[in-house]
Write a protein of this length. Structure first.
Length: 199
């Protein structure tokens, strides 16, 4: 993240994203595919790391294989295969939704994962168990732990969607877009930017 100053001197926290150029590789229609969507591709990939099927698929839209592909439902009125979408498609002070994978935090206990208070009691035979979950199972019936019980486990690395982030600034010469606030994911990860009204 970074921050910039607006015309009133306010310091605005921003996340800098490299947005595009993305290429429309396929337009799906309800008549042919059963639903309407456009397929976007981004980030060049060497031919030796691509399959013949990928090379043939991208050749239909007149481009080389790409590392990332996504489908966005709707939008088909504006685009044709081979069209290039850049940051100039967006405008300042427009609100966007951003989807990405959150940072992985590894295997965590219940205190960090769910905010449990912990046992916090050194009596009753407790020894080095202050951050443990406590009792889990029921009594002699049903003599098992119920499904869905909150326990320690893998945290993070989930798909997160942040709604209504405002565009603060667009830098078209560098394909960069500045959004107010934070965006999920680590540095260098891929994000999906879309407008809430699906245009």
């Amino acid at each position: 993240m970074t921050s910039i100053f607006d015309e009133n001197g306010n310091n605005i926290p921003c996340t800098v994203l490299e947005a595009g150029p993305c290429i429309v590789t396929q337009v799906k229609t309800s008549e042919k595919d059963g639903y309407e969507a456009i397929q976007l591709a981004y980030d060049d990939l060497k031919d030796r790391k691509s399959t013949k099927a990928m090379i043939g698929h991208f050749k239909k839209s007149g481009t080389t294989p790409k590392r990332r592909m996504i489908e966005l439902k709707g939008f088909i009125k504006h685009w044709n295969p081979g069209d290039i979408i850049t940051v100039e498609y967006f405008k300042n002070d427009v609100w966007l939704d951003v989807t990405a994978q959150s940072k992985g935090k590894g295997f965590q206990g219940v205190v960090k994962k769910y905010g449990f208070k912990g046992v916090n009691d050194a009596t009753h035979g407790q020894h080095n168990r202050n951050r443990h979950p406590g009792s889990l199972g029921a009594s002699s019936f049903p003599s098992r732990v119920f499904k869905g019980m909150r326990m320690a486990g893998q945290t993070g690395t989930k798909t997160v969607k942040i709604l209504n982030l405002r565009i603060v600034k667009i830098i078209p010469e560098n394909n960069m877009i500045l959004l107010k606030g934070s965006v999920p994911g680590s540095k260098g990860s891929y994000v999906v930017i879309e407008s809430p009204d699906r245009t």
